[in-house]
Design a protein around this ligand. Structure first.
Ligand code: AMP
Ligand code: ZN
Length: 487
């Protein structure tokens, strides 16, 4: 098996060779969505990036157990996720629905969007509410080890005590005094001994809906706890990869590590991988900033920021043209360029099956194939991979035009390269192929126009011609009838 994959590990701030604990098995945990609203495109970027990693590991032959949770309770509004109202409950109260109706609606929406983007489902998708017992057990363990304390039915993690023997800032590289001095005092935190302490278990206030009995109170788990409990349950005390968006690193993942080390004395994952943000005019796309748009708004061009709509695979291609650790700024110009690029790639993909091999050839595909692997092995460099795929596409077009000869062996390698890297690794779908019925529909429209012309109904015939022109098809009237072509 290829052992040349290097990934950037936030823990060490270095690109490191990926060596799994237990090859060919790989355990990967990714923090999933909080299902209280529609996923926006920024969220999608993160999950598409981890889909790329999942797909590439699988492509290399690893047997990946990919766990991605759904946060369906316990994520409060404050910066650290443990102050204020529960995001799901707040939405439920506004809509006068049960919290679980909100959870159901947005989980279904999330799955649908993930499918539209052709991402693979994770191996296990555990929910916070489905693992209350495991979370309570974990709180007990952390208390037994002396790193947590109870006040009025809530349990808090004692960060300062933990930091006496461990390094709380191991992931975010911040020292404790710095963190303490830079943490806002929000008030209402008088139960916590220290400013940085975070809730493991929260006693439910009167009127709180999503609550469970525990040894300390009827309440609910703190947000960071679920990921520690569920990664431990499904991947063990130590596993290979833990991922999420970069915004989760400073607090959520820092606290997850502290919980796992406090309970098991082991850092849970060896490689911590973080994806960068999708931005709009340089600002992180986020619901609270009001600059987020939904995937469907982009597909249909239904948003004031958009000039027109783009197909799901065009949007995915646009995302993959940036490296996952770079920010990606959304603009109409960038989308248009991606649309052209994606069409160019897929047009050549469609030609692949019609290429004829020659007895002897002038192209050698093996080195191009190696460059595709090299790009992905270099911390999943999808933009470089796509540049190599454009080279493959140039070769395909030249062979088709008769300008270049390719022998059977290289043709078969070229097909393997395109199918492997375009479909399996990048997870792109040939949307043109999905439109098999289009020629029949167009022929039928041309027939209707001919009838209109015969009836001297020129208004209708012009309407059809102009309408087709607007959506990218040109009609040519000739001696042998009317033909159509793509503009
Ligand atoms: P949430 O549902 O808010 O917990 O977010 C789900 C995932 O989306 C997390 O991994 C976030 O880091 C990620 N995320 C949120 N906003 C963006 C963005 N603008 N670009 C990329 N990823 C994001
Ligand atoms: Zn998490």
């Amino acid at each position: 098996m290829e052992q040349n994959l290097f990934v950037y590990n936030t823990l060490t701030r270095k690109k490191e060779q990926f060596i799994p604990l237990n090859p060919p098995h790989v355990g990967m945990y990714v923090c999933g969505p909080t299902v209280y609203s529609d996923v926006h495109l920024g969220n999608c970027r993160t999950f598409i990036s981890f889909d790329l990693l999942f797909r590439y590991l699988t492509f290399l032959g690893y047997k990946v157990r990919y766990v991605r949770n759904v946060t369906d309770a316990g994520h409060l509004e404050g910066d650290a996720g443990d102050e204020g109202e529960d995001k799901i409950e707040k939405k439920a109260k506004l809509a006068q629905l049960e919290p679980m109706e909100i959870v159901q609606k947005y989980t279904i929406d999330f799955h649908e969007v993930m499918q539209i983007f052709n991402t693979l489902p994770p191996s296990i998708e555990p929910t916070a509410t489905g693992h209350i017992i495991e979370q309570i057990e974990l709180v007990k363990l952390i208390m037994e080890k002396g790193y947590a304390y109870e006040v009025n039915g809530s349990v808090y993690f004692d960060v300062e005590k933990y930091n006496q023997t461990q390094d709380y800032g191991i992931l975010n590289r911040r020292n404790l005094d710095d963190l303490i001095n830079n943490t806002r005092d929000l008030g209402g935190q008088d139960e916590k001994h220290g400013k940085l302490d975070f809730a493991l278990w929260i006693k439910a206030k009167p009127g709180h809906l999503m609550k469970w009995p525990s040894p300390w109170s009827t309440g609910f788990p703190g947000w960071h706890l679920e990921c520690s409990a569920m990664s431990n349950k499904y991947l063990g005390k130590q596993f290979d990869i833990h991922g999420g968006g970069m915004d989760l690193m400073p607090t959520h993942h820092t606290n997850e590590i502290a919980q796992n080390i406090a309970a098991c004395n082991k850092i849970p994952a060896n490689y911590w991988i973080h994806t960068n943000m999708l931005t709009v005019n340089g600002q992180k796309m986020s619901k609270s900033l009001g600059n987020s748009f939904l995937p469907h708004e982009l597909f249909e061009g239904r948003h004031t920021l958009l000039n027109k709509g783009y197909s799901p695979m065009t949007v995915k291609f646009f995302m993959l043209q940036a490296h996952y650790r770079s920010t990606l700024d959304f603009s109409n110009e960038a989308m248009e360029a991606s649309e052209k690029g994606f069409k160019r790639l897929m047009n050549s993909f469609t030609l692949l099956d019609s290429l004829m091999a020659s007895g002897s050839g002038e192209v050698e595909i093996a080195s191009l194939l190696q460059r595709c692997y090299d790009a992905m092995n270099d911390d999943l460099n999808s933009p470089v991979l796509i540049a190599e795929l454009f080279e493959a596409s140039r070769i395909i077009n030249s062979v088709k035009d008769g300008k270049l000869k390719i022998d059977a062996e290289n043709l078969s390698l070229l097909k393997q390269l395109m199918n492997g890297f375009v479909l399996d690794v990048l997870g792109l779908r040939n949307e043109q192929a999905a439109n098999d019925d289009l020629p029949n529909v167009l022929n039928m429209i041309v027939d209707i126009r001919n009838e209109a012309k015969m009836n001297k109904d020129y208004a209708t015939s012009d309407k059809i011609r102009n309408g087709l022109q607007n959506i990218g098809f040109q009609l040519k009237d000739g001696k042998d009838g009317t033909s159509w072509s793509k503009i």
